[in-house]
Design a protein around this ligand. Sequence first.
Ligand code: PLP
Length: 430
Amino acid sequence: MNISESKRLFSEAQDYIPGGVNSPVRAFKAVGGNPLFIKSANGAFLYDEDGNEYIEMINSWGPMILGHNHPLIQEAVIKAMESGTSFGAPTAKEVEIAELITSMVPSIEKVRMVNSGTEATMSAIRLARGFTGRDKFIKMEGHYHGHGDSFLIAAGSGAMTMGNPDSPGVTSGTAKDTLLAPYNDLDAIRKLVEANPGEIAALILEPVPGNMGLCLPQVGYLEGLREICTTEGIVLIFDEVMTGFRLSKGGAQELFGVTPDMTTLGKIIGGGMPVGAYGGKKEIMDFVSPAGPVYQAGTLSGNPIAMSAGLAMLNELNNNPQVYNELNEIGVKISSGVKEINSDLGLDYTVNHLGSMYSLFFSNQTIQNFEDAKGSDLKMFGKYFQAMLKRGVYLAPSQFESLFLSTALTDDLIGKILAAHQESIKEIHS
Ligand SMILES: *Cc1c(COP(=O)(O)O)cnc(C)c1O
């Protein structure tokens, strides 16, 4: 595989951009080798600057759930461009998307649009603090909520991959209000609540975490969190930046039937444009400025091009609920295929799967929290990643990420992915 143009670009990029990339995980540090510079994408495929073709298993870290360059989204963006790119004033599209989001996501009665998932979670925590008049909040080890200061404590995803979960620049004053608990452990939450009576504003988590690799909630876990938060007056926040509009049209909360007080969204909501959102109960959301005292603003928030892309995406998902059955079938075919191939070779690696998300862990243990995930063989993962890439399959370049499948993966492509898996897994064990 010739990647000389990607190599040249990466070398030049490092002179002008820190580490050569605008988001750390893209640099391939966890798996070694040279990151690929992408020229274009279409349907299930990525094309790099050297003209190589790859089958997509990340899909821009989630947003391209219908595959790349979907005609409906492309058309909506082009049409919106003809009317101007930004006004800094209210538009009809913002009303339309807000109505649509509240109809799709069970917990959301009112919603505020922002420009990224990071902005959504930062704003949600500020609002929960303003609403409750309390300072502390609970987050789960290995869960990622963007790069806001107070979340960069035992954060998953890139922060985990880069080996500096506690980033320099986050003050100890900020860190002391973030309380940590392991995922899937209700007793740990009860203990934190007991030790900090009347002081906890919020509990935020990925209901189905994907940023330490995919883990699933144990039966009754989300319900248990809901009960504790209701009893203690703690604002329960589901960070559904990843799972929103992916696990079902109403996200993990709809799938598991547990309704949080607030929800943060991103990724799919923008159809590939930089969009995030936070929403929830009316009485909480009406605390946001200018309705209430908690300040939050954005020059480009609700941008008309971004809203048009998001509307095209959400309408398509909302109008075609069978999409989620299709995605689940694709997920089942790939994850069960991988398991079968592994077991034929006498390998017992853990595969976690839900809908269109899945992770292969290089570990024989059950993986249901951060401690478990950290026990994976990262060297083996790196070799596997390179072996798959060589065969034209583009995986997330870290063990601590979920894969995101799209409707563009046909049976033919799934066959190719599984064939590549079989060759790769053999190769790395030979
Ligand atoms: C990606 C992600 C974020 C951050 O979103 P950005 O748009 O990258 O700022 C927050 N929470 C979760 C669960 C995510 O997966």
